[in-house]
Design a protein around this ligand. Structure first.
Ligand SMILES: Cc1cc2nc3c(=O)[nH]c(=O)nc-3n(C[C@H](O)[C@H](O)[C@H](O)COP(=O)(O)OP(=O)(O)OC[C@H]3O[C@@H](n4cnc5c(N)ncnc54)[C@H](O)[C@@H]3O)c2cc1C
Length: 431
């Protein structure tokens, strides 16, 4: 009888899923990688796509190219809809797939926190499509503002509002403060720079809650110096196509609202199905992630793992933050545990080695918190952020294009991505 290889199915070709594939490339098993896209999205640079810094293709790495070095792995492009943990199969929009071992690495998605109008009238930033839609909105606003003779309408078009003062909100605010008043408005002499407003709305008392307080304070100062207006301790009550209503009743007229405030696990099945699966009913209250054992296995199904943003993992009694290095290390750990399981050995507990976190604010300004101990700010932290992201960006040609774009922007402040793809418009202009 021919030897039947074990079948490992990995859902999600993000940081965790791809790292697992790489570490399983030499084992004697049949591996199937499933993703809705046939490319890996380098999410940390999406904000640069959205602000016309770098071209979209540089953050989308083709999976088939990646899998050249993994002969035991096939790629299947499909949307996973449900998982039957008892009968061990995955239902997708194309076909059902049976597994012996399963890795759920489907990441996270935007959470709109129940704010009325937010899902419909705001721009999230999690996918490449989100980034292109946002870029087109920003460029489209400027095009419209040039020909808009009504003062109030023009101000609305030139008011860019970001909800959420975490790393993504800060990075976007900083990038917009450089993009709009400088490089773009310079190209539209009809516009007055003073009319451009960038507003950051944050529910807490300081930015970047995951960093030490003084780094959060520094970030606030840097953004204000660049003309960003920050509303602290402020929540959004509702959103309409033309404005945002704050919890104190203030109405901010704005044609672009970017939502970075909430995040939740991106579970590859609807919650009704999940609540019937006993394993996945253990959802952590904070981020609705999947609870796992210390080995990253699901509580009731030892042949199923959840890794990356989708999983709720604690280290030293605190939940992990939901950043790429955590997902990468979990991808390595899950591959190690699968190898052990295949050899009949018990899986090992996952331990995260915290190399640190970093956020970029704007040119020459960044913050970093190395090894959870060493705070850094300013030029060196900015350079560190750029170096790390360039190193991890997949594909040599992507790295070269991105590096060239950064150099051009640094020395000339010139951003030459100007095309607007009308099909990507998420929210129509209402005026
Ligand atoms: C705007 C932004 C900026 C960020 N910046 C940084 C940063 O600078 N540094 C940092 O360390 N972290 C950053 N993060 C966090 C980091 O991107 C995540 O922690 C990381 O991507 C998690 O990796 P993952 O593998 O769990 O999920 P992802 O990388 O999100 O991958 C999930 C994959 O699953 C696929 N998928 C999901 N559902 C399905 C389904 N039902 N069927 C088929 N396929 C599916 C998706 O297409 C995707 O390819 C940022 C996040 C955002 C949103």
């Amino acid at each position: 009888m021919p030897h039947q290889k074990p079948k490992i199915v990995i859902i999600g070709a993000g940081f965790a899923g791809l790292r697992a594939v790489k570490n399983l490339a030499r084992i004697d098993a049949e591996i199937l990688l499933i993703d809705r896209n046939n490319y890996h999205t380098f999410i940390p640079l999406l904000y640069q796509v959205a602000t016309a810094f770098i071209p979209p293709k540089t953050v989308a790495y083709p999976l088939h190219k990646y899998l050249h070095s993994a002969a035991n792995t096939r790629f299947f492009q499909a949307e996973v809809l449900a998982i039957d943990f008892e009968r061990k199969f995955v239902t997708s929009d194309r076909e059902n797939i049976i597994y012996d071992y399963l890795v759920i690495a489907t990441g996270s998605k935007t959470k709109f926190l129940g704010v009325d109008g937010a899902p419909k009238y705001t721009y999230p930033l999690r996918t490449l499509n989100d980034a292109v839609a946002l870029r087109d909105r920003i460029l489209g606003n400027l095009e419209r503002a040039v020909t808009c003779t009504d003062y109030e309408r023009r101000q609305q078009l030139l008011t860019f509002t970001i909800v959420g003062g975490g790393a993504t909100g800060v990075e976007l605010a900083g990038a917009l403060s450089e993009l709009i008043p400088t490089s773009l408005v310079d190209n539209y002499p009809q516009l007055d720079r003073a009319e451009v407003k960038i507003i950051l709305i944050h529910s807490r008392t300081r930015l970047l809650a995951d960093f030490p307080e003084r780094l959060g304070d520094y970030t606030g100062k840097q953004l204000r110096r660049r003309g960003v207006t920050i509303y602290f301790s402020t929540r959004v009550r509702s959103v309409t196509p033309e404005a945002i209503e704050l919890d104190d009743g203030t109405i901010v007229k704005t044609a672009t609202i970017i939502w970075t405030a909430g995040v939740e696990a991106n579970l590859p099945a609807d919650s009704e199905q999940l609540s019937t699966a006993s394993t996945l009913s253990h959802i952590a209250p904070r981020r609705e992630q999947v609870c796992v054992r210390s080995t990253l296995q699901l509580l009731d199904y030892p042949e199923v793992y959840a890794v990356g943003d989708v999983a709720y993992v604690e280290q030293d009694g605190k939940p992990l933050l939901g950043i790429a290095p955590e997902a990468l290390q979990q991808g390595t750990a899950v591959a190690g545990n699968l190898k052990r399981q295949l050899r009949g050995l018990p899986p090992k507990s996952f331990n995260y080695f915290n190399k640190g976190t970093a956020a970029i604010i704007a040119r020459n300004a960044g913050v970093a918190y190395l090894f959870g101990k060493i705070p850094l700010k300013g030029w060196f932290a900015w350079l560190l952020w750029l170096g790390i992201h360039l190193y991890y960006l997949p594909g040599l040609s992507n790295r070269l294009i991105v590096f060239k774009s950064w150099l051009r922007d640094y020395f000339t402040q010139e951003r030459n991505i100007r095309q607007i793809d009308s099909k990507s418009t998420k929210i129509p202009f209402y005026f």
